[in-house]
Design a binder for this molecule. Structure first.
Ligand code: DGL
Length: 285
């Protein structure tokens, strides 16, 4: 069973790509609606909240947890993987936690994560890449650093969209969401001196829920990288190398949707975006 974690509804964009790609795999989704949004919280708090969520998912029987959240990945993934997990008995029992920044950087740079020095031809790439994310993701500079390690001549424009994830969670009107998207795009274009980016990373899993607004207002020549699809590709590769995390052959796939918040409200909001009959239950139920 694989756990997918996000601060709220955003990770559903990733979950949808995963259930489509792995129809025989069981998933447990956990949205921390009691604390969403994470984007402006202090880093230590994000690390604590993410660790608590990962432990919940481990206890629910998930051996692998995917942080379907850029903020949690940017701020907490490395700490959890290198410091917390090895200090627990979960590690010895074969549990693991992975994030979504690495596959996104791999796709944006066309360079495997393990390759950390510029290789030909990426070494000479002079494209502009725009990254839209929460305050904490952009402040971590993880995208800027990791992209430029592999493509030193690429211009990375990082734009904070501080209120967008929160507005999506609280069901803001389309006009309000559009205003926030336009403000983010204007900010990115201003940083790039008006030059359109070649590619845009929607570096917050909430943002694909308003991808149509990004598409409407980004320059036509800018290609949007689809993070949910990128993450599904990467997980497919990961599972082919870590067979332990694959579901049992022949077992019926299960999907559980958990929230730390109000399940009725969360289910209603999720349906607005996902259109499916998604029923959340409370984490402790
Ligand atoms: N969906 C999240 C991300 O990918 C977090 C948004 C938030 O809680 O601020 O960054």
């Amino acid at each position: 069973m694989i756990g997918v974690f996000d601060s709220g509804l955003g990770g559903l964009t990733v979950l949808r790509a995963l259930t489509g790609r792995f129809p025989e795999q069981s998933f447990v989704y956990l949205g921390d609606h009691a604390h969403v949004p994470y984007g402006d919280r202090p880093s230590e708090e994000i690390i604590d909240l993410t660790r608590i969520a990962v432990e919940h998912l481990f206890r629910r029987g998930c051996k692998l947890v995917l942080l379907g959240c850029n903020t949690a990945t940017a701020v907490a993934a490395r700490r959890l993987q290198t410091t917390w997990l090895p200090s627990t008995s979960w590690k010895a029992a074969g549990h693991n936690v992975v994030g979504i920044v690495a596959p996104t950087v791999e796709a944006a740079t066309q360079t495997p994560w393990a390759v950390t020095t510029p290789q030909y031809p990426q070494k000479f790439l002079t494209d502009r890449i725009a990254v839209f994310g929460t305050t904490r993701t952009i402040a971590s500079n993880v995208y800027g650093e990791e992209i430029r390690k592999r493509c030193p001549k690429v211009t990375v424009v990082q734009q904070v969209c501080a209120e967008l994830a929160g507005a999506i969670e609280t069901g803001a009107t389309e006009a309000e969401l559009e205003r926030l998207v336009v403000a983010g795009i204007d900010g990115a274009l201003a940083q790039a001196g008006g030059e359109p980016p070649h590619r845009a990373i929607l570096g917050c899993t909430h943002f694909p829920l308003v991808e149509h607004l990004f598409r409407r207002h980004l320059p036509a020549a800018t290609r949007i990288l689809s993070q949910p699809e990128i993450v599904a590709d990467s997980l497919e590769d990961y599972l082919s190398r870590h067979l332990d995390y694959r579901g049992e052959a022949g077992a019926a796939p299960r999907l559980a949707l958990l929230t730390t918040g109000d399940p009725e409200e969360t289910s209603a909001r999720a349906r607005v975006f996902a259109g499916d009959d998604l029923s959340f239950t409370h984490l402790d139920a």
